[in-house]
Design a protein around this ligand. Structure first.
Ligand code: NAD
Ligand code: UDP
Length: 314
């Protein structure tokens, strides 16, 4: 049994990770300020003696003893939520990384950073390989997230080089699945909720921009495998599903799967919205023996069922 801390553990991805680690018999401390997370996401773990929830903001230091591993996920991830209080988002990424790295230093824990494909910005190299440095606007409305996450990667590398902290960096590509909140704002949950309500499906821009969508179960498998690699392998490593779709194609699939009467409506494209995104996962295949197994239609069926069943959509 390991002692594992998951920051952002009450969020969409974090709650799946906590569940997986508990099921493996580990003791899990879930640190979360519930900004975009929800107690409902961890309700099923609440009475488990292996699980501990601590309402804490990672902007401030957290002290505990005897940790084996830290997964650092705390940070709002949906554009509407991370732009709501941009300064807070940067503080969460940067101060959160410093505080979690400090805790790793004190406890000698291994620490994994949940970085993002957003560090590639609006990429001109396609598909994105880990050696690509990206095309990021440092002063736009997305910068609080993109640059915050880039700075966190820098901090991880510097703590590794200066203090020999054992680090792992993963770059997560668009992930969806159960426990996304209906008001999350990201494209898959928006479209599914809109389709189930037969309300307009909001396409930003022309809908020709692309994303590659990964189901959360695949991601969790990749994250745990990454944490368990030998200390010498620190990444960064892309974790995503390389099957790429335009946003219009996604909308059509959702309408087809739900049998919805929704119409498409076109809204302005948000500033600096990346035109294309697809992970090159050669490194993950080689080092983690990992690749996604759940394709978009199957994953969409699962999230449709989830919203039908649990989120009270009439
Ligand atoms: P989420 O918003 O559901 O989860 C983030 C969690 O962090 C929430 O529970 C939130 O309450 C918590 N949090 C936010 N600020 C905090 C703070 N200051 N202190 C403590 N807790 C705080 O989003 P998610 O999709 O589960 O993302 C989890 C992580 O994965 C994030 O770091 C995100 O950047 C990264 N990521 C996600 C995706 C994706 O497609 N879902 C893609 C790339 C990277
Ligand atoms: N998008 C959209 N309609 C929505 C929400 C998002 O067309 O209701 C688009 C958005 O402009 C972007 C893509 O879908 O091009 C993915 O957006 P999301 O916020 O899910 O993730 P990110 O832009 O961070 O990849």
């Amino acid at each position: 049994m390991k002692n594992i801390l998951v920051s952002g553990g009450a969020g969409f991805i974090g709650s799946h990770l906590c569940t997986r680690l508990i099921n493996e018999g580990h003791h899990v401390i879930c640190l979360d300020n519930l900004f975009t997370g929800a107690e409902a996401n961890i309700e099923h773990l609440k009475d488990n003696p292996l699980f501990e929830f601590v309402n804490h903001d990672v902007e401030f230091p957290y002290h505990t003893e005897d940790l084996d591993e830290i997964y650092n996920l705390a940070c709002p991830a949906s554009p509407i939520h991370y732009q709501y209080d941009a300064i807070k988002t940067i503080k969460t990424s940067v101060l959160g990384a410093i505080n979690m790295l400090g805790l790793a230093k004190k406890t000698n824990a291994k620490i994994l950073q949940a970085s993002t494909s957003e560090i590639y910005g609006d990429p001109v190299v396609h598909p994105q390989v880990e050696s690509y440095w990206g095309n990021v606007n440092p002063i736009g409305p997305r910068s609080c997230y993109d640059e915050g996450k880039r700075c966190a990667e820098t901090l991880f590398m510097d703590y590794h080089r200066q203090n020999n902290i054992r680090i792992k960096i993963i770059r997560i590509f668009n992930t969806y699945g159960s426990r996304m909140l209906p008001n999350d704002g990201r494209v898959v949950s928006n479209f599914v909720v809109q389709a189930l309500k037969n309300s307009d499906i909001t396409i930003y821009g022309t809908g020709d921009q692309t994303r590659s969508f990964q189901y959360v179960d695949d991601l969790i498998e990749g994250m745990v495998r990454m944490m368990n690699t030998e200390d010498e392998f620190i990444g960064p490593v892309n974790l995503g599903n390389p099957n790429e779709f335009s946003i219009l194609e996604l909308a059509e699939k959702v309408i087809q799967l739900t049998g919805s009467k929704s119409k498409l409506v076109f809204k302005p494209l948000p500033h600096d919205d990346p035109k294309q995104r697809q992970p090159d996962i050669t490194l993950a295949k080689e080092k983690l023996n990992w690749q996604p197994t759940i394709e978009l239609e199957d994953g969409l069926r699962r999230i449709v069922e989830y919203f039908r069943e649990y989120r009270y959509i009439d």
